[in-house]
Write a protein that binds this ligand. Structure first.
Ligand code: NAD
Length: 498
């Protein structure tokens, strides 16, 4: 049963906890059992404007705080996350619906990211380079940009805010954060802990509310220099269009339609484990979830039988129960969308091997549960093999050889994660070269990124940026090149260089 109780939450603007100017509110409810998690301000443009003004004012001092000191605050934040890990994990099982181990992993990712970015406080490396002229010194330095608008989805409610806010802060920017309306309590706890860690007033602000009222104003606000958004492709396109007029930097992490290739020489035991974990973990609601398996025809049959067996053995339930394998999906529209793809798949002629139904027996009826679903005989161009379903639905595709496998894997609009199971090192390296994706795993599923390597995708998964690792700093800083001439004369580059 629910344990978190109902609490009234507020926006955090300029170091003050305040309601929406309109006084309006919305509720966050659990997808697992319908419990009310909390009541939140339903904010609008006026609230965003106040938060941006607070962030703009705070920037003037924060950018001058030495980066190692900013990093120390992130170290303290990481430590507070460690101490709050169980509490946040439990809240996540209620508010977002992930099972316990995965919710703990989500928090752990934020801990890792905060420690990593805390360390950047003593790096933020630039370059020095020789000059073509005598008695001249030159270097490049990373500069903060200003106020960053952070807009996040619900599926990694603690990890994704950390991917954006930790690098933004260590680089000297200030932040206005709009958490997803399905997971506002987790967004709020994230900011409460930042506050406790010693982030000065106005440096991080949170404004709750919808993508229309809050998100769109954040994107349109002239004082917001960077928008960092993780969400669907459709939202990404709208944000990019809206940001064009103000020539804002836009960092987009969008959808995926990731595939696992299983060649005839694969270790099938590991492949099945990797497929089940990647397809049904987080109820298929990871941007890196595997929603396609591309199997060599000689192993297709055995693989299909084993995946179906495993899918049918999975227990659905609330994430806080020890024996739950698959939690709920996020909300009713998501459940309905997922179910509509079962009808689409059958209509396209794919064979429903298992699942394909809403699970509503007993207490499951209180939440939004969908049975792990596997389609066989899927053709690469079917909608179920092309569109992001974002639920526990897997399409199995049979191919004749490695070239066809790579072609099918690449034959989608997205390019986030990819995977190949093979024991042949030559084949593995060809796949590393040829798979059009930001991430490729060999002999592992499509999930499992670590915070110190770049994270993101090619093609419609984004717009060329990366989260995590050193690459994240490129989103939240701009380069300045510095030239110091100590020759005592006016030397002209490209001219006086003989
Ligand atoms: P979504 O696009 O519906 O919402 C994402 C965020 O954008 C929310 O906070 C929402 O309120 C806000 N938003 C919506 N419309 C907006 C607008 N017009 N202007 C500004 N903000 C707006 O996505 P979701 O359902 O929350 O998340 C699922 C999607 O996120 C999936 O497509 C998934 O693949 C993607 N995702 C991608 C990654 C990645 O790193 N590539 C990671 C996680 C999730």
């Amino acid at each position: 049963m629910a344990t978190t109780g109902v609490r009234e939450f507020q926006n955090y603007i300029g170091g003050e906890w305040v309601g929406a100017a309109s006084g309006e509110t919305f509720e966050s409810t659990s997808p697992a059992d319908g419990e009310t998690i909390g009541v939140f301000p339903k904010s609008a443009a006026e609230d965003v404007d106040r938060a941006v003004a607070a962030a703009k004012a705070a920037y003037e001092d924060w950018r001058l705080v030495p980066a190692p000191k900013r990093g120390e605050i992130l170290f303290r934040f990481a430590q507070l996350l460690v101490e709050a890990k169980d509490e946040l994990t439990e809240l996540m099982t209620h508010e977002m619906g992930k099972v316990w181990a995965e919710a703990g992993g989500d928090v752990q990712e934020a801990i890792d990211m905060s420690y990593y970015m805390g360390g950047e406080g003593r790096r933020l490396f630039g370059q020095t380079t020789p000059s073509e002229l005598r008695d001249k010194f030159q270097m490049s330095v990373r500069m903060p940009i200003g106020v960053i608008g952070v807009i996040t989805p619900w599926n990694f409610p603690i990890a994704i805010p950390s991917w954006k806010i930790a690098p933004a802060l260590v680089a000297g920017n200030t932040v206005v954060f709009k958490p997803a309306t399905d997971t506002p309590a987790l967004g709020q706890r994230f900011v409460e802990l930042l506050d406790e860690a010693g982030v000065p007033k106005g440096v991080v602000n949170v404004v709750h509310g919808g993508g229309g009222a809050v998100g769109e104003r954040l994107v349109a606000h002239p004082d917001v220099r960077v928008i960092s958004l993780t969400g669907s492709r459709e939202t990404g396109v709208r944000v990019l269009q809206a940001a064009a007029e103000g020539l804002k930097h836009v960092h987009l992490e969008l959808g995926g339609k990731n595939a696992i290739i299983v060649m005839e020489d694969a270790d099938l035991d590991i492949a099945v484990d990797g497929i089940v974990w990647s397809a049904f973990g987080t109820s298929g609601q990871r941007c890196t979830a595997a929603s396609r398996v591309i199997a060599h025809e000689s192993v297709y049959g055995e693989l299909a039988t084993r995946i179906v067996e495993r899918a049918e053995a999975m227990r659905l339930g609330p994430g806080w129960e020890d024996d739950t394998d698959v939690g709920p999906v996020i909300n009713k529209p998501a459940l309905e969308k997922i179910h509509s793809y079962t009808e689409i798949g059958q209509g396209e002629g794919a064979e429903l091997l298992t699942g394909g139904e809403i699970a509503a027996d007993g207490d499951l009826a209180k939440g939004f549960y969908y049975r792990p679903t596997v389609f066989g005989g899927v053709e690469p161009d079917m909608r179920i093999a092309q569109e992001e379903i974002f639920g526990p639905v897997l399409s199995l595709i049979s191919v004749k050889d490695e070239a066809e496998a790579v072609r099918v894997s690449n034959g989608i609009r997205y390019g986030l994660s990819s995977s190949i199971f093979t024991r042949d090192v030559n084949r593995a390296f060809r796949a590393l070269r040829d798979l059009e994706a930001g991430i490729t795993y060999v002999n592992a599923g499509t999930i499992g990124a670590e915070v110190h390597l770049p994270f993101g995708g090619t093609k419609d998964t984004g717009n060329g940026h990366r989260e995590a690792g050193q690459a994240a700093l490129d989103v939240f800083t701009e380069w300045k090149s510095v030239y110091v001439d100590y020759s005592g004369t006016l030397q002209r580059a490209q001219i006086d260089n003989t």
